[in-house]
Design a protein around this ligand. Structure first.
Ligand code: TXA
Ligand code: MG
Length: 329
């Protein structure tokens, strides 16, 4: 599959930073330090790279990711800032604060990175190595904490290596991360809401807002973030069309979400066909999932027939999301 046979570990010298940028541009995975914890970076605009990232972490589901950018200007190309968000960004970026904001219309971040949501988490890290990589790469980098899913976040390159050796391309060792806990996550989608306590204290945020932060709606998840999105994805991404899962054939007039080869008869009966992966690759299917669902939905068919997808690798997460989308309607 995508597992890399060797994972190189290098220092943060100029040649290694250039290497990191090259690997990211080629769709590879690079772990690097931020001021909070080590992140596992991928090109935010490359759906296949994002799918590989989920696979390397062994994430059971597609939790949405944080897009890392070098400055506020770069963030403004991705998301819409309201007044509160602008004040928080001005006060705390670069720094351990992540803002969840409405995606901009022309946001180039892959649909998979936001798990199909209309919001995007963004942050400007405060670490020279993270900045060097962002500058060299020149595009947003999605980076969850660089640990296997369910493990604690890594604060040294050795932690990253212990979890992800053989699964990613490169680890840039920039020493121990100074903050040591993940960023604080605040959603500004109306009244500012604390989704995850983290490296920036709540009090500092409330001083800038001149207001208390609202509490997140429900209990915290495994890594401390409230399930504003992950736990509620079933209701967040639900197509208008009915989803018919495990469809062996398309019925006349249905939209067909295909996987693997499609018979000419099915292609003829379907109103429209989009293929998650003609070669039957679950990584490619994951990368295409949310964008294809949206495209078929807007084509106006009453029912989207979804061909069977094996539960191998990322196929399990693809099927999980399809089941939620089918139920959430
Ligand atoms: O300090 C950090 O934030 C580190 C470094 C590497 O930047 N990153 C990090 O990422 O902790 P991760 O993926 O381990 O945690 C991100 C959290 C997840 O709980 C995810 O559900 C939440 O952010 N999140 C991401 N996008 C979201 C969105 N659109 N709405 C709500 N929550 C979101
Ligand atoms: Mg994490």
């Amino acid at each position: 599959m995508t597992a890399q046979s060797t994972t190189r570990v290098t220092g943060p010298d100029a040649a290694s930073i250039a290497d990191a940028a090259r690997i990211l541009a080629a769709g590879g995975l690079v772990a690097f330090p931020t001021e909070t914890v080590y992140g596992l970076g991928a090109d935010a605009t490359n759906g296949i790279a994002v799918a590989r990232l989920y696979e390397a972490k062994g994430r059971p589901a597609f939790n949405p990711l944080i897009a890392h950018v070098p400055d506020i200007g770069a963030a403004q190309a991705l998301v819409a800032f309201d007044q509160a968000a602008a004040a928080l960004a001005a006060a705390f970026w670069p720094g351990p604060l992540t803002l969840v904001l409405p995606k901009a219309a022309a946001c180039p971040v892959a649909a998979l990175a936001t798990a199909g949501l209309d919001t995007l988490a963004v942050r400007v890290p405060n670490h020279p190595v993270a900045h060097a990589i962002l500058d060299a790469f020149g595009k947003p980098i999605v980076a969850p904490s660089a640990n296997r899913s369910g493990h604690v976040s890594p604060t040294t390159a050795a932690h990253v290596h212990a979890d992800l050796a053989g699964r990613i391309d490169l680890i840039i060792d920039g020493g121990q991360t100074p903050v040591g806990v993940e960023s604080t996550i605040v959603a500004c989608l109306g009244e500012p809401m604390l989704l995850r306590p983290g490296g920036l204290p709540r009090e500092a945020i409330e001083r800038v807002l001149k207001n208390k932060l609202h509490a997140a709606p429900a209990a915290a998840t495994d890594n401390g973030a409230a399930p504003l999105s992950p736990g509620m994805l079933a209701t967040h991404y639900a197509p208008r069309a009915r989803l018919r899962l495990n469809a062996k054939h398309a019925e006349p007039g249905e939209a067909l979400l295909a996987f693997g080869s499609v018979s000419p008869a099915d292609a003829g009966r379907a109103k429209i066909v989009l293929n998650l992966s003609p070669r039957g690759d679950p990584i490619e299917a994951a990368a295409n999932l949310f964008a294809h669902l949206r495209a078929l939905d807007s084509a106006g068919a009453g029912t989207i027939a979804v061909m069977p997808i094996p539960d191998d690798g990322l196929g399990e997460a693809v099927n999980d999301r399809l089941a939620r989308a089918a139920a959430g309607r």
